[in-house]
Design a protein around this ligand. Structure first.
Ligand code: HBI
Ligand code: FE
Length: 436
């Protein structure tokens, strides 16, 4: 029976509208509708097309895929077993999620096909969500609670109700913070300022001999700007403005120890998530969780160094959309470099790791003859197990920040992500570069 033009159109409309989505299409649609950025994630997919017409229509299919900027990675056909269908075509494509959805819709409008199916085995819904603009960091505030004073019996503040209240109050301020808000100023108590002063003075003592020159140079500038003074804890706003001038890094208040994924993601935007509460006064030289004394004395000076800032950002960029196991590896690299790294300076060993520079005990241990020293090599460093309860038995030594960065870049290029990312500082946006 020859169909009239009208009935063909009606059938196409009916098929496009009434078609019940398969589970794979629902997954795809949900993934794409998460955010405008999620729509643009490159998706690999396999389509099974039941072709009513002969092979001649293959050309049209390929043209349609091309119109949606899809890349055909594989194509095969077979004579169909279904009556009224001449061929089945299996087409594997790689394209943005939104275009894939539109392609499927377009193919369904066509009467050339008795069926258009998205096959499950090649659907990768695996690229985890990641922030695409600095304001998306408002969603990157997931905490790991294992070392909080409420929950960790070994926390020096566990039995101190007043301390726990103060810690909670400062954390609440961080939770409420949104992109673009003014920095919350904290009025530190005399006790808190006294704790800062004790640690500050030990750093002043040890730094000349043991810290790397980049740290000392930036520390001097922070003192000259009267941001680092012995008697009061610096405010995040002043520190953030200082960093912005030197490397474009800025701060964001963090409520506590963040998940590695959230913490690393912020570095991609040259944003350092910093806690604002202070360790317990009874334990000035040790804290189980990061506190602002650790952030300020450990991390801030080097974030004002251009080469180190670049290295930090590159760890962050590598983490965007990475798998859980890759996040684990990046986290380990971060641990053995940014937190516990040693470097060479005129044949001498110096510390650049924040956890070393903000903790005299471990600094002296690291530079003693007790621990094992190994050259920094991302492929092995990234899989070295570590624990966070005692001093490290192993430290990794970098030749220089530039050398560490070179090695890191080479290693990152072996990771599995099917796209590249680039940070655009003018828009504060991460741009996706397809590598297909
Ligand atoms: N969260 N607030 C905060 N500060 C850190 O230094 C920090 C973190 N979360 C994870 C983390 N550091 C690292 O141990 C790596 O896992 C990235
Ligand atoms: Fe730290």
């Amino acid at each position: 029976v020859k169909q009239t033009k009208q009935s063909v159109l009606e059938e196409a409309r009916a098929r496009a509208n009434d078609y019940t989505l398969t589970e794979e299409e629902v997954i795809l649609q949900n993934a794409a509708s998460e955010s405008p950025e999620a729509e643009q994630v490159i998706q690999k997919a396999a389509l099974l097309l039941r072709m009513r017409d002969g092979m001649g229509s293959l050309a049209r299919i390929l043209k349609t895929i091309d119109n949606y900027k899809g890349c055909v990675e594989h194509l095969e056909t077979r004579p169909s077993q279904i009556s009224g269908v001449q061929f089945d075509a299996l087409v594997k494509v790689s394209m943005t999620r939104i275009n894939l959805l539109q392609l499927i819709r377009a193919l369904r409008q066509s009467t050339s096909f008795a069926g258009v199916n998205l096959l499950s085995d090649n659907i990768s819904n695996k690229t985890p969500w990641f922030p695409r603009h600095a304001s998306d960091l408002d969603n990157c505030n997931h905490l790991m609670t294992k070392y909080e004073p409420e929950l960790d019996m070994n926390h020096p503040g566990f039995a101190d109700k007043e301390y726990r209240e103060r810690r909670k109050q400062i954390a609440a301020v961080a939770f409420a913070y949104k992109y673009g808000d003014p920095f919350p100023a904290i009025t530190y108590t005399e006790t808190e300022n006294a704790t800062w002063q004790r640690v500050f003075n030990t750093v002043l003592d040890l730094m000349p001999k043991h810290a790397c020159r980049e740290y000392k140079a930036a520390f001097g500038k922070l003192q000259a700007a009267e941001i680092f003074v012995p008697h009061r804890i610096p405010q995040l706003e002043d520190v953030s403005n200082f960093l912005r001038k030197h490397t474009g890094f800025t701060l964001r208040p963090a409520a506590g120890l963040l998940t590695a994924r959230d913490f690393l993601a912020s570095l991609a935007f040259r944003v350092f998530q910093s806690t604002q509460y202070v360790r317990h006064a009874n334990s000035p030289f040790h804290t189980p969780e990061p506190d602002c004394i650790h952030e300020l004395l450990g991390h801030i000076p080097l974030l004002a160094d251009p080469s180190f800032a670049q290295f930090s950002q590159e760890i962050g960029l590598a983490s965007l959309g990475a798998s859980d196991s890759e996040i684990e590896k990046l986290s380990t690299v971060y641990w053995f470099t940014v937190e516990f790294g040693l470097c060479k300076e005129n044949q001498q060993l110096k510390a650049y790791g924040a956890a070393l520079l903000s903790s005299i005990g471990e600094l002296l241990h690291a530079l003693s003859d007790k621990p094992e020293l190994r050259p920094f090599e991302p492929s092995s460093t990234s899989i070295q197990p570590y624990q966070d309860q005692e001093y490290q038995p192993i430290y990794y030594v970098a030749e220089s920040f530039e050398d560490a960065k070179d090695k890191f870049r080479r290693w990152v290029s072996t990771m599995s992500r099917p796209f590249e990312v680039r940070f655009n500082p003018h828009t504060e946006r991460v741009e996706i570069l397809d590598s297909v």
